[in-house]
Write a protein that binds this ligand. Structure first.
Ligand SMILES: [Zn+2]
Ligand SMILES: [Zn+2]
Length: 337
């Protein structure tokens, strides 16, 4: 029988007195694992963020459910924080096996359609390279993008039928009533779930310990993602949180301090980029990207680095600190105003 790469069964932790269970599902990228959460109540099991669909994750889930003595038919609800493959990917697989309802925000579902919908995949394979070309990315990188983007299709197949979660409608999971908090920037329509009485926040990738959640400018999606991300952090910061359960790494209690550190990180990065633009007199987004992150990245990391650089440049433009001009070569350069 095939197990995960380490040959171990998935790590399962009972993390609070209300019966919340954390299951670590292996990722092949540097994030190493995604946290899925399970809760039980009289209506059945709710599963949050099952992970990407791979041979490894399928086996890990079969092992995890066996260890927890949960049958697929007991899973009545799958809840998705956001559309990224490492969270949303197995929703359709679980729906096929269990008949569960799959819940996510309408905005997140729209974004899944943009990336992988019938109308999405082929378009994005052309639109993203064309967009990055305008922003100075060399052909050697651009030519890798379509295959890279296609590699996610298997991780999100089959795609689920979805029911929408509205931010103004509390959600009952595991015998507790949770308040959905919708933010953007890391992913449009991202939902966190807050339980005021116990001070528990299930925060997906909106707030992560140790890792700065990627903020991406993606063609056809939100035009000012960093602004939206920072606005979201400021809203999340208002909630008194005792313990946060993130999409990656470990549960953490320094929730507000972590948000403050992320806000500061982005302010500093904006200042750094403004400094680069003032010294160079104008740079493409790709030049900013490689100045920040180097050029020794794989295509996966390079895509996120480029989208992150673009998100910061868009914020400098929104703040009136920089402007974007098209050169005679048909490439955009950013410079200070
Ligand atoms: Zn994510
Ligand atoms: Zn993630």
């Amino acid at each position: 029988m095939r197990h995960n790469m380490s040959g171990q069964s998935p790590e399962i932790s009972h993390i609070d007195e209300h019966g919340l269970i954390q299951v670590k599902i292996t990722l092949s990228n540097p994030l190493r694992w995604v946290n899925s959460y399970i809760m039980r109540d009289e209506d059945g099991m709710t599963l949050i963020d099952p992970g990407p669909r791979t041979n490894t994750s399928e086996q890990e889930w079969k092992d995890a459910l066996t260890m927890l003595r949960i049958g697929f038919d007991e899973i009545t609800t799958v809840v998705i924080t956001h559309h990224h493959p490492d969270h949303y990917g197995m929703a359709g697989w679980f729906q096929e096996k269990s008949g569960a309802d799959v819940w996510m925000s309408e905005r997140a579902h729209q974004e899944a359609g943009l990336m992988w919908g019938d109308f999405g995949a082929a378009d994005m394979n052309e639109e993203m390279p064309a967009f990055f070309a305008l922003h100075g990315m060399p052909q050697a990188w651009l030519s890798q993008l379509p295959e890279h983007l296609n590699s996610f299709i298997a991780q999100v197949s089959p795609q689920p039928k979805v029911t929408y979660i509205r931010e103004d409608t509390p959600l009952r999971m595991g015998g507790r009533v949770w308040l959905p908090v919708q933010t953007a920037g890391h992913a449009p329509g991202h939902l966190s779930f807050y339980h005021p009485d116990s001070g528990v926040m299930i925060c997906g990738d909106a707030v992560l310990p140790q890792i700065s959640p990627n903020v991406s400018l993606v063609p056809g999606s939100d035009a000012e993602p960093l602004w939206l991300f920072l606005e979201g952090l400021r809203r999340l910061r208002e909630l008194p949180v005792r313990v946060a359960y993130p999409g990656h790494r470990h549960p953490f209690t320094h929730y507000r301090e972590r948000i403050d550190a992320l806000l500061l990180h982005h302010e500093e990065r904006l200042t750094d980029i403004a400094g680069m633009l003032s010294r160079a007199g104008g740079l493409t987004a790709f030049e900013v990207c490689t100045a920040l992150f180097g050029d020794q990245l794989g295509i996966h990391q390079m895509r996120f680095a480029m989208c992150e650089a673009l998100a910061h440049l868009a914020e400098l433009v929104r703040q009136g600190r920089a402007e974007q001009r098209e050169t005679e070569a048909g490439v955009y350069r950013f410079r200070l105003v």
